[in-house]
Design a protein around this ligand. Structure first.
Ligand code: FPP
Length: 261
C-alpha cells in the first residue's frame, strides 16, 4: 500500500515513564515534549502531509491542578520556543479542540502559531489541545442546528460531507494511521468520526521513548496492511472477475453489490 498521508498519535505513557525513573510526572511530560520535537522533525523529513498529536484532552482537566498547570505551561513554552523553527522548516500549524475554555494568552499564542504558518506548504502539524471527539461533534451539531433554526439549512440536506466541514478537522484528510503508545489499546475520545477507516498500531513504548525509528517502523507496517473501506481488495475483485465465465453476469453484479455493503 502507499505511504500514509495523515498519521495521528495518542502520546501516552509520560507518567509511567517518569514513575519508572522515580521522577515527578511533570518530568515525563517534559521528556514527552522532547520526543514530540524529534517526531515532528522526522515526519517532516519523510514528507508526511499531516501529523496530529493529542496533547491535552477535554477530560485532562480532571487531573490534579498542578499537573494541568504544567501541561498548559508546556504548550506555551513549546509555541514560544519552537514556533519560529517550525515556520523556518515550512511546517503549517493547526490547532483542534475547544478554545473558548482556554485563557486569553494561550488563545493568542495558538492564533499566532496558525497565522504565522498558514501559507507554509510542508508538514501540517495538528495539535489537539483541549480536544475531545464528543465535544467536537457536539459543537459541529450545534453549528448545523443553528443553520437549520435560521432556515438556511434543510435537515435532509445534512450529509456526511457537511458534518465533516463543521468539524475542527474540516479540509483535512482522515487519519490513515492512528498510533497509540504505552501499550494501551483504546481511542479515548480521539477523532471518533475521522477514525472510521483508520488503521491502528499500538506501540509498547512509553511516549518519551518513542523515537523516529519507531515511527518509521509503524509506517512500514502500515504499508503492509490492506485497506478495503468496507469494499473488497483489488485482489478479491480480480478473483471475483475470474469467475465471470462460469456464472451469469446478473448474479456477479448481485454479489458485488452485496460485497461492498
Ligand atoms: C499521556 O501521558 C500524555 C498526556 C496527557 C499529555 C501529552 C503531552 C505531552 C507529550 C507534552 C505536552 C506537549 C505539548 C506541546 C503541550 P499520561 O500522563 O497519561 O501517562 P500515564 O498514562 O503513564 O500516566
Amino acid at each position: 500500500m502507499s505511504d500514509p498521508r495523515h498519521i495521528a498519535i495518542i502520546m501516552d505513557g509520560n507518567g509511567r515513564w517518569a514513575k519508572q525513573r522515580g521522577l515527578p510526572r511533570v518530568a515525563g511530560h517534559k521528556a514527552g515534549v522532547d520526543a514530540l520535537r524529534e517526531i515532528v522533525r522526522a515526519a517532516g523529513d519523510k514528507g508526511l502531509e499531516f501529523l496530529t498529536l493529542f496533547a491535552f484532552s477535554s477530560e485532562n482537566w480532571s487531573r490534579p491542578k498542578s499537573e494541568v498547570v504544567e501541561l498548559l505551561g508546556l504548550l506555551k513554552l513549546f509555541i514560544r520556543r519552537d514556533l519560529h523553527k517550525l515556520h523556518k522548516s515550512n511546517v503549517r500549524v493547526r490547532i483542534i479542540g475547544a478554545r473558548e475554555d482556554l485563557s486569553g494568552d494561550i488563545r493568542g499564542l495558538l492564533a499566532e502559531a496558525e497565522t504565522l504558518t498558514t501559507t507554509n506548504s510542508g508538514l501540517t502539524l495538528v495539535i489537539a489541545f483541549n480536544y475531545g471527539a464528543r465535544d467536537e461533534l457536539t459543537r459541529a451539531v450545534q453549528k448545523l442546528a443553528q443553520q437549520v433554526a435560521a432556515g438556511t439549512l434543510a435537515p435532509d440536506a445534512i450529509t456526511p460531507e457537511l458534518i465533516n466541514g463543521a468539524l475542527d478537522t474540516s479540509s483535512m484528510p482522515d487519519p490513515d494511521l492512528i498510533i497509540r503508545t504505552s501499550g494501551e489499546m483504546r481511542l479515548s475520545n480521539f477523532l471518533l468520526w475521522q477514525a472510521a477507516y483508520s488503521e491502528f498500531i499500538f506501540a509498547p513504548e512509553y511516549w518519551p521513548d518513542f523515537k523516529p525509528a519507531h515511527l518509521f517502523a509503524a509506517m512500514d507496517e502500515y504499508r503492509q496492511r490492506t485497506r478495503r473501506f468496507g469494499g473488497l481488495s483489488a485482489e478479491d475483485v480480480q478473483d471475483l472477475s475470474a469467475q465471470t465465465d462460469t456464472v451469469v453476469e446478473p448474479e456477479i453484479a448481485n454479489w458485488r453489490q452485496k460485497a461492498v455493503l
